[in-house]
Design a protein around this ligand. Structure first.
Ligand SMILES: [Mg+2]
Length: 225
């Protein structure tokens, strides 16, 4: 019987593309400078991201703007991106789901990703109050990012539940489910058409696929019942 539901953050509880857009808005003003047009630079950043590859977007846009793209400039921009206070809004359906689940299960959040970016996302979405425990794997150390199992072990311990009583709900089979599967948790993949990771399950190593796949978070209560 499931007693605890643990969620992933990006592309599970909100669309990560909204964070990318918010970060580009934060950077655009700086790149445009006092003379330039921040909206135009934002459009350049978004176009560079969409056309791909999705790394080195800042380098490409800086060169297109005729600016230096040396390491220090890039490091500053990446720092500004990760430290910006994102403009994000929790979807009403997700909020209502969490409110319902909170009364019936222990709830947790396990998120990979750079700090303080992950914490700032949680704050912007107003998520802290829903969870009995939040674990940012980056705070445990880079070796503990998913698919490592440590965060999942710590979570079950903190919530006082057995592995067989836990479910992890996430979007990315490349890293999200191997850890909890190995510990005997239930796992649910939420597919997102607009996800930053495509969520494909071909060519996955054994144990990496979620045990249950749903098309939408709204189906979660049905599969747990
Ligand atoms: Mg995710």
């Amino acid at each position: 019987m499931i007693k605890a539901i643990i969620f992933d953050l990006d592309d599970t509880l909100y669309p990560e593309l909204e964070y990318v857009k918010s970060g580009f808005r934060a950077i655009a003003g700086r790149l445009a400078g006092s003379e330039g047009d921040a909206d135009e630079v934002y459009e350049m950043l978004w176009a560079a991201f969409e056309e791909g590859p999705r790394d080195r977007v800042f380098n490409r846009v800086l060169r297109r703007l005729g600016q230096e793209d040396d390491r220090q400039v890039i490091a500053e921009l990446v720092g500004q991106y990760r430290c910006h206070r994102p403009c994000l809004r929790l979807d009403d359906g997700v909020r209502e789901l969490l409110e319902r689940l909170r009364g019936r299960y222990k709830l947790g959040l396990i998120s990979d990703g750079y700090m303080p970016g992950q914490r700032l996302k949680v704050e912007a979405l107003g998520l802290e109050g829903f969870f009995d425990r939040i674990i940012y794997t980056e705070e445990l150390g880079r070796a503990y990012w998913k698919p490592a199992t440590r965060a999942f072990e710590l979570m079950a311990e903190a919530l006082g539940v057995e592995p067989g009583e836990c479910v992890y709900v996430a979007d990315n089979p490349a890293k999200d489910f191997a850890g909890p599967n190995g510990l005997g948790w239930q796992t649910v993949q939420v597919k997102r058409a607009d996800g930053v990771h495509d969520g494909r399950v071909e060519d996955l190593a054994e144990g990496y696929a979620a045990k249950i796949v749903v098309e939408d978070l709204g189906e979660l209560e049905g599969v747990l019942a």
